[in-house]
Design a protein around this ligand. Structure first.
Ligand code: ADP
Ligand code: MG
Length: 377
């Protein structure tokens, strides 16, 4: 395992103390205003229970969605998940909420409103960090999905209080570190879009994985770079560098689902000028499923097709193959996690990261992220 040693919440003296817990509350909200998929919230519970069990007074800080979103429904959903730990919610800004925090009882939580409503958050404004630090005696960071950003509520406050990693953050770091030193029979699968954002990851993975299966819109970029027809398919503006395009350890799909006048499966040589490649094809599904089954370990980030438009087959078939295999895996990215959530599996064998961008950066950087640096022993 790559050696990243963080100060752990398990070693923190929190009994009777006010603890500021930065956690990932960014869950999807359904049309009726309730919380949809609770995957991230469920992952937040372990640290909250640990802190509450030790008699901490917990101030929860997180964000949701884009600007303007409120965490109020998230507080309700969290309360339903942990009925024995009282969860209240406040819209009072960090600078003024000290009085409310002072009335908190041991073993209870107060959730602050969406921290991105504070203009200083994403600027890592020292004034906001100081306001947050005044609310607590101890800081615990459990928010992996934002660990690749230096914000007031992670990096800023961590320099002002005794700061520790939460249980989920520790688990993310341990499992993703393992993915950087995979066993010999390992496989990396990378999909999704925006080749230029995944290029550093691909370059890093090539130093530790024997080969990479490339799907999603990324495959379109590689097919194009290798002189294959991609029709009207989505590709990146930035060209694929020659050394990557020519690297035979990066494997492309042999066939793809294309949307022309109808949707059909075509060999990659038979993509027409007006076609859109929307998913990997059926032969590729079978071949890549076999590769997953034959591997000891799989690292997978990003969907094989235009997932949100219903082109889910390639991603779902690979997810099923993984679940039905004995292969160990680390999975990340919103659509990939959604595909896995259709199945039941042992989380000790298949770890689904809460991070998308943070996971990509962690792996590409070989295990460093701004919010982790401030928690190192
Ligand atoms: P995630 O959101 O899972 O973290 P990305 O943002 O990197 O991953 O990529 C997901 C996006 O990639 C989705 O919006 C999906 O529609 C898109 N995508 C995947 N395959 C294709 C394709 N063949 N053509 C166009 N877009 C694609
Ligand atoms: Mg995305």
């Amino acid at each position: 395992m790559a050696n990243i040693s963080l100060r752990s919440v398990r070693d923190a003296d929190v009994s009777g103390k006010r603890v500021l817990l930065r956690t990932s509350l960014n869950v999807p909200i359904a049309a009726d205003g309730s919380v949809g998929d609770q995957f991230r919230l469920q992952k937040d519970i372990a640290t909250i229970e640990l802190l509450a069990g030790k008699g901490a007074k917990i101030v929860l800080v997180g964000y949701i969605g884009r600007e303007g979103g409120t965490l109020e429904p998230v507080a309700k959903a969290l309360q339903a998940l942990i009925p024995s730990i009282p969860v209240t919610f406040t819209t009072t800004p960090a600078a003024d909420v000290g009085g409310e925090v002072a009335t908190l009882k041991e073993g209870t939580c107060l959730m602050l409103e969406n921290i991105r409503k504070e203009p200083g958050e994403e600027k890592n404004d020292p004034a906001l960090a100081a306001s947050l630090a005044k609310l607590a005696d101890v800081f615990v960071d459990d928010a992996f999905p934002e660990a690749h950003r230096a914000y007031a509520s992670n990096v800023g406050v961590a320099s002002l209080l005794p700061a520790y990693a939460g249980l989920l953050l520790e688990e993310e770091v341990a499992r993703l570190s393992d993915a950087l030193v995979p066993p010999a029979q390992s496989l990396a699968i990378v999909g999704g879009a925006k080749f230029e954002t995944k290029q550093p990851l691909l370059e890093k993975l090539l130093t530790v994985y024997p080969h990479i299966l490339l799907g999603g819109a990324l495959a379109n970029d590689l097919l194009k770079a290798r002189g294959m027809p991609v029709g009207e398919s989505l590709t990146s503006d930035a060209p694929v560098p020659e050394d990557l395009a020519g690297d035979e350890r990066i494997l492309m799909p042999d066939d793809v689902r294309v949307q022309g006048e109808t949707v059909r499966v075509a060999h990659t040589a038979d993509v027409h000028a007006d076609d859109h490649i929307v998913d990997i094809g059926t032969l590729t599904e079978v071949a890549w499923s076999k590769q997953i089954e034959d591997s000891e370990f799989v690292l997978w980030n990003g969907p094989m097709g235009v997932y949100e438009k219903g082109f889910v087959d390639g991603t779902d078939v690979l997810a099923k193959a993984l679940v039905e295999s004995n292969t160990k895996a680390v999975i990340g990215g919103g659509d990939t996690a959604a595909a896995l959530s259709k199945f039941t599996f042992d989380p000790a064998r298949i770890f689904v990261s809460t991070g998308g961008g943070a996971m990509l950066e962690f792996l590409a950087n070989g295990g460093t992220l701004p919010a982790l640096e401030v928690l190192k022993k």
